[in-house]
Design a protein around this ligand. Structure first.
Ligand SMILES: Cc1cc2nc3c(=O)[nH]c(=O)nc-3n(C[C@H](O)[C@H](O)[C@H](O)COP(=O)(O)O)c2cc1C
Length: 402
């Protein structure tokens, strides 16, 4: 970890069997130059003694909220105020519930409530506890408030079962800490191609067919990938937006132009994110001169031909290892369609979006999407597109770190 040096990391440890893994995380954080303040719930201290953390971090471990000594300086909120990042790991089902409801009944919960620093939560629990609707609702509530939840992994659990619930690897937790500490360089050295906006298919020099894509999602992704340190190329159809600074932007019109622009960038791309709404059809003929109304009469017929399938072309020509992400906007069950698209087009992830919902319709600043990948379906609450973009980049960073 490079960004942790000199930073104040609060490691909030709660009562899961996975507590022992945090001993290694605390050690690594200290080694990378961070000041690590461990705060434990009473349950956590049943699993690993505070002395172990204290010896590694060279700081007293905090457990008690009601400390006469500390309260001289409002000790119960001091850690939250001082923190550059608060990492709740492992996070029990119990602490997820308490954090989701804004409890402040112990030092871990109070620290989270009192901080303005980014909060990372890494849950760990038995599969049934993780999948329980109550836990999922708590996780969704935390995510909607901007808490960065690192999904647990699927694998062998302490009970002997195999399933989702296993604490994320330390590498994923470290990547999330890096990301939280200063805009992240999680995509440093990576080349990310993002497409955005609609394509415009000319009928004649003045008329065209197109769609309602505003480009907001693609532009937000380009900015988020730039913030994560990537070298970003934005290939955009016509939009009313100002391209993000620090991003190389290529303006195109038609699906054909977009295909050429992407294929030219593909040899050096580590990631291609296809957020553009590429027109499925274009007029068979494009008139070179404006078609006159008097010649057309009162009925105009357009003959359309299918546009090239950009995703298939990209997947067929990409370097091995290049990650390709698609978007599926549907009026209806977008998630099922996204699953089909993932398999049929051999993509790495599809962002599913029901555009019939007025809250996440084309042009809106908000979006309610699901990430569909081989890992399963991750439904996000209604979020700002900028936040959806940040989450997508976070997901990408995790995937590249694997
Ligand atoms: C051996 C053992 C292992 C446990 N492991 C977990 C776990 O991995 N995840 C979890 O959510 N709860 C686990 N629990 C239950 C929590 O410790 C319990 O819900 C506790 O109240 C959590 O308190 P805290 O969230 O304040 O730390 C475990 C309990 C025991 C006895």
């Amino acid at each position: 970890m490079t960004r942790a040096a000199g930073r104040f990391v609060v490691l909030a440890v709660t009562g899961s069997i996975a507590v022992y893994k945090m001993v290694e995380l605390a050690r690594r954080l200290v080694q990378s130059g961070a000041t690590v303040q461990v705060v434990m719930t009473k349950s956590a201290a049943e699993f690993v003694t505070p002395l172990t953390f204290q010896a590694l971090t060279h700081r007293p471990v905090e457990i008690e909220m009601f400390s006469m000594q500390d309260e001289r300086a409002a000790g119960h909120v001091a850690m939250g105020r001082q923190a550059d990042v608060v990492v709740v790991a492992p996070a029990t089902a119990h602490v997820l519930a308490r954090l989701a409801h804004g409890f402040s009944d112990d030092l871990v919960a109070t620290t989270v409530l009192a901080t303005s620093a980014p909060v990372i939560v890494a849950p760990a629990m038995e599969t049934h506890m993780w999948q329980n609707a109550a836990t999922q609702a708590n996780v969704a509530a935390l995510r909607a408030r901007g808490v960065r939840v690192i999904d647990p992994e699927t694998g062998p659990l302490a009970s002997g079962d195999i399933g989702p619930g296993r604490l994320a690897t330390l590498e994923r937790i470290e990547a999330a800490i890096e990301d939280a500490l200063g805009g992240s360089e999680g995509l440093a050295g990576r080349s990310v191609v993002v497409t955005a906006g609609p394509t415009l298919e000319a009928i004649d020099p003045v008329r065209f067919i197109s769609n309602r894509s505003s480009g907001k999602m693609g532009y937000a992704i380009a900015a988020a990938a730039r913030d994560a340190g990537a070298d970003v190329i934005l290939i955009t159809g016509p939009t009313a937006l100002i391209p993000p600074a620090g991003v190389r932007t290529f303006a195109v019109e038609s699906a054909d132009d977009m295909k050429d622009a992407i294929l030219a960038q593909l040899p050096r791309a580590d990631v291609v994110i296809m957020a553009a709404a590429v027109a499925d059809y274009r007029p068979i003929e494009r008139a070179t001169k404006k078609m006159k109304k008097k010649d057309l009469g009162n009925e105009m017929r357009l003959r359309l031909v299918e546009n090239p399938d950009l995703l298939s072309a990209i997947v067929a020509t990409r370097r091995p290892g290049t990650i390709v992400i698609g978007f599926k906007a549907e009026t209806g069950d977008a998630t099922a369609e996204a699953g089909r698209m993932l398999r049929d087009k051999k993509l790495d992830l599809v962002v599913a979006n029901d555009v019939a919902d007025p809250r996440s319709a084309f042009g809106s600043d908000d979006d309610e999407v699901a990430f569909v990948s081989a890992d399963g379906i991750e439904r996000l609450p209604l979020l700002k597109k900028t936040e959806v973009a940040r989450r997508l980049v976070e997901k990408l960073t995790e995937r590249l770190a694997r």
